[in-house]
Design a protein around this ligand. Structure first.
Ligand code: CA
Ligand code: CA
Ligand code: CA
Length: 575
């Protein structure tokens, strides 16, 4: 007996008690006799576990990682004040990646991006009041040192968010400058020696678009985002010296690199100026720590952000594929053909390489500024949410996951809603789990002030962990494939025309010295049958699968049968 995934989810969301629902899920396929905690022991093996479970994943040591974005305020609380903190994150590392490829209750990510942790008046902390300390709500420098050590023990790199286009109005640099200008007699010009901090910002008596008035004076200052975030003057040598000291401070503390905020705003409407400054920044960081990695946020059209690779930066976020209107969502919704995915990969790999042959793409699907994926697909039972995650994770480079997407969390509208509490424990199940398992309701954060009540569509980690067909285990398997087949992240894409069309996309991923793989994707809700043909001929080993339900991928006599939204990874028979 087999019910569709939708029916089972519907029943599980109903009034059934947790134990009864779990037992029902088991009965549907095999009976209710087994006990245990992980899906491998408590439920019949899914095809993903049977096929992918036989692989030998290894952690990457190079730049081609799988990264996890942690919005610190909302991730994990250690002291019961409802605010996520560094100790809470450290305690939760075994969820992000425990350094053991054999365990199945964690994601096995190999890099973490933490949103800003500097002292700041806001909950998001993208406006620093001090670049060389930790906000007390998040912990201390000592907590930060512990976090770095714990990451490195697990083979995880930690990169910090560096928002240096602007500071907070509470930064002493801005306070000094403002106090000086307020005390200056009207009409008199400031003197550098008297207060160099005036030159740290873009003060002017002739305001232009993007300026705010400095109260009590005839001065204005550039503040592109809002009046509480004055833009730094990145041309001032003293500012560059300050920023170099900041980066050195954290790199010497053990940080593995930076995520750079708001590249296009370094010099608004001056692309060359922004790229020049970025070039200085890349050279400065590499001069301090050659192996440090940098990933830039250049929220712009693809041909424009590609140009920022001229700076020599390692990685740029691949915005073209992200968000509700991006290529991934388009393919999953069916508004774009499956073939567009493979074509776009081929094209962008050539485009980025033309600007920096050593580029490491930074694909991502959502982030803290975007509506979450679960809201993109009306009436989705989880299948489309899963497939979209796989498309992100099957891209080359260093793929980023925004926390909670691996659980299908919801959140849209105002920014606070996109940063809802990490869904450790299913609502109404506060007693579930244990500290030993890493699942306990005290870890849950309260979420940002002014957040609306965000109702989740799928269950929390405590429940998804137990369900081999959950979004969590699907994401975990997609990452497992990245770790087991190094060519996925490091190779180049070649579309197999004979197997690619409106609803299917097949491509080879190849790199010198690495085993090639053929990846075949069904982006539709119908099963698809394909002949292994063209350059796909000879890839007759079914080595990995990503399946959204109990329906399995089959390979029979050179015919590949993909279930709805199914993905197959094939290797050469003679390899
Ligand atoms: Ca806390
Ligand atoms: Ca693990
Ligand atoms: Ca600026």
């Amino acid at each position: 007996m087999k019910l569709p995934f939708t029916d089972r989810q519907g029943q599980r969301r109903g009034a059934l008690a947790r134990a009864g629902a779990l037992c029902l899920a088991l009965l549907l396929t095999a009976g209710c006799g087994k006990t245990g905690t992980g899906p491998a022991s408590s439920a019949p093996l899914s095809q993903m576990e049977k096929v992918n479970g036989a692989l030998s994943p290894a952690y990457p040591k190079d730049d081609y990682r799988t990264s996890y974005e942690v919005f610190v305020y909302s991730f994990a609380d250690s002291d019961g004040d409802g605010i996520g903190d560094l100790k809470g994150l450290t305690d939760a590392l075994d969820y992000i990646g425990d350094g053991d490829p054999k365990t199945s209750d964690d994601l096995d990510c190999s890099q973490i991006w933490i949103t800003p942790v500097f002292p700041s008046p806001t909950y998001h902390k993208y406006d620093a009041a001090d670049y060389m300390d930790i906000d007390p709500a998040f912990g201390s420098l000592s907590d930060f040192d512990s976090l770095i050590s714990a990451c490195h023990e697990r083979g995880i790199r930690l990169i910090m968010d560096l928002a240096i286009n602007h500071t907070s109005v509470d930064h002493p640099w801005f306070r000094e400058a403002a106090a000086y200008l307020k005390a200056l007699p009207a009409g008199q010009d400031p003197v550098y020696e008297a207060c160099p901090y005036v030159w740290y910002y873009n003060f002017t008596r002739e305001p232009y678009e993007g300026c705010a008035a400095l109260a009590g004076t005839d001065w204005y200052y550039e503040a592109r985002f809002w009046e509480g975030m004055p833009d730094l003057n990145l041309s001032t040598p003293a500012v560059k010296e300050e920023l170099a000291s900041v980066m050195r401070f954290w790199l010497e503390r053990g940080v593995d690199g930076f995520r750079l905020d708001a590249l296009t705003s370094y010099y608004t409407d001056n692309i060359d100026g922004s790229i020049d400054f970025l070039t200085w920044l890349v050279d400065t960081v590499k001069g301090i720590k050659a192996e440090a990695t940098l990933v830039g946020e250049c929220w712009a059209a693809q041909d424009l952000y590609a140009r920022y690779y001229d700076s020599g930066i390692d990685s740029l976020f691949d915005f073209a594929f992200s968000g509700a209107d991006g290529l991934i969502a388009g393919v999953v919704k069916g508004s774009r053909k499956a073939s567009a995915f493979g074509r776009a990969l081929e094209e962008e790999e050539a485009l980025y390489a033309s600007h920096n042959p050593a580029f490491v793409n930074a694909p991502f699907y959502t982030n803290h500024d975007m509506a979450r994926s679960a809201g993109y697909y009306a009436y989705d039972d989880g299948a489309r949410t899963k497939l979209s995650g796989a498309l992100n994770l099957l891209m080359t480079g260093n793929a980023f996951i925004y926390y909670g997407e691996e659980l299908g969390m919801k959140g849209s509208g105002k920014d606070e809603n996109k940063r809802a509490p990490m869904y450790w424990v299913t609502k109404g199940e506060e007693a579930a789990g244990s500290k030993e398992e890493g699942i306990f309701s005290e870890r849950m954060t309260a979420g940002p002030p002014d957040m609306d009540q965000v109702e989740m569509k799928f269950e929390g980690f405590d429940r998804q962990k137990e369900d081999p067909y959950s979004i969590f285990h699907y994401y975990r398997n997609a990452i497992l494939l990245r770790n087991a087949f190094p060519v996925i992240a490091r190779g180049r894409t070649g579309v197999v025309d004979e197997m690619t069309g409106d609803g299917t996309c097949a491509f080879l991923r190849t790199a010198e010295g690495l085993e090639s793989v053929l990846i075949v994707i069904n982006s539709t809700e119908e099963a698809q049958t394909l002949s292994l043909s063209g350059e796909g001929a000879g890839f007759e080993n079914l080595s990995g699968v990503l399946t959204v339900s109990e329906e399995e991928v089959r390979l029979e006599d050179g015919q590949l049968i993909l279930p709805p939204f199914g993905i197959a990874l094939l290797t050469r028979k003679d390899a």
